[in-house]
Design a protein around this ligand. Structure first.
Ligand SMILES: Nc1ncnc2c1ncn2[C@@H]1O[C@H](COP(=O)(O)OP(=O)(O)OP(=O)(O)O)[C@@H](O)[C@H]1O
Length: 261
């Protein structure tokens, strides 16, 4: 089933045209890495899809063109780029906010909600600080709390803006595996990523956005070529294999002109 269909999406911020006719779909089972240089429009694209940023064109989420916020939040969860938690409430209460779309009015979370909250905290390995004030955690720990909140929402589509930023390597890998497993279980995941190594190993598909336009869309091995990485980022790159997985390491093109495609 198509979870997301974006067609000819255009957006301007100030006088700058940031999205120039972006079209793609996301099916159940896909883990899409949205990559591209700083300022390419990745955050704007996620925000425009969610209706948080003005845009023209068409967006269908779960087959619906325009949904009320609560209904939209049952289908799509969003992990924004900003990770700082400003409220001095416990970690568990922050994660519980992910259940809000499922709770009518002022209803208190029921058994199903509690199960989702506990499962999300277990997945992000934050149970040991469930009762600590979220403001007293490190940046990476706060990031894991906010990812747990998004997971607790149990929406079939997850849009995550640089979810691995601020996480140590073990937690980055664990996070990518969680997203890959969500997709394997039938969800759709779209994540803005700057780490090409993680994108290559875990995503089922990569989309490169460059100056508001999609310049490549396909399986990681088709998209991550030395030529493409040179043109997109101006870097040389080493592409290798390890245990059947793709390894990508960018280099300064001036130092390694032979690896520039
Ligand atoms: N409020 C704003 N007003 C004007 N221009 C903006 C505004 N917000 C972002 N932009 C511009 O829009 C462009 C796209 O920004 P966006 O944050 O979507 O890029 P990005 O691909 O997510 O970048 P990064 O990888 O650095 O997070 C940039 O050139 C940015 O300077």
């Amino acid at each position: 089933m198509t979870l997301l269909a974006v067609s000819d999406l255009r957006a301007s911020l100030g006088r700058r045209q940031v999205l120039r006719g972006v079209s793609f779909t996301v099916e159940e089972g896909e883990f899409v890495g949205l990559i591209g240089p700083n300022g390419a429009g990745k955050t704007t694209l996620l925000r425009a899809i969610l209706g948080l940023s003005p845009s023209q064109g068409s967006v269908q989420i779960g087959g619906h063109e325009r949904l009320k916020p609560r209904e939209q939040a049952k289908i799509v969860s969003y992990l924004p780029q900003e990770r700082e938690i400003a409220w001095p409430v416990t970690v568990e209460r922050v994660v519980a906010l992910g259940r809000a779309p499922h709770l009518p009015g002022f209803a208190v979370p029921g058994g199903e909600d509690q199960a989702a909250i506990q499962a999300a905290m277990a997945r992000m390995e934050i149970e040991s600080f469930a009762q600590r004030p979220a403001t007293e955690l490190s940046g990476g720990e706060q990031a894991r709390v906010l990812i747990a909140r998004a997971l607790a929402q149990e929406a079939p589509l997850l849009l995550a803006d640089e979810p691995a930023a601020g996480l140590d390597p073990a937690h980055q890998i664990a996070l990518m595996k969680i997203f890959a497993n969500l997709a394997r279980d039938g969800s759709g995941v779209v994540a803005c990523l700057h780490d090409l190594g993680l994108a290559a190993r875990f995503c089922t598909r990569l989309i490169i956005l460059e100056a508001g336009t999609i310049v490549a869309d396909g399986p990681p091995r088709a998209v991550l070529t030395p030529e493409r990485l040179r043109d997109t980022y101006g870097v040389a790159s080493f592409l290798g294999e390890h245990e059947g997985g793709l390894i990508v390491q960018p280099f300064d093109l001036a130092d390694h002109p032979g690896h520039g495609g």
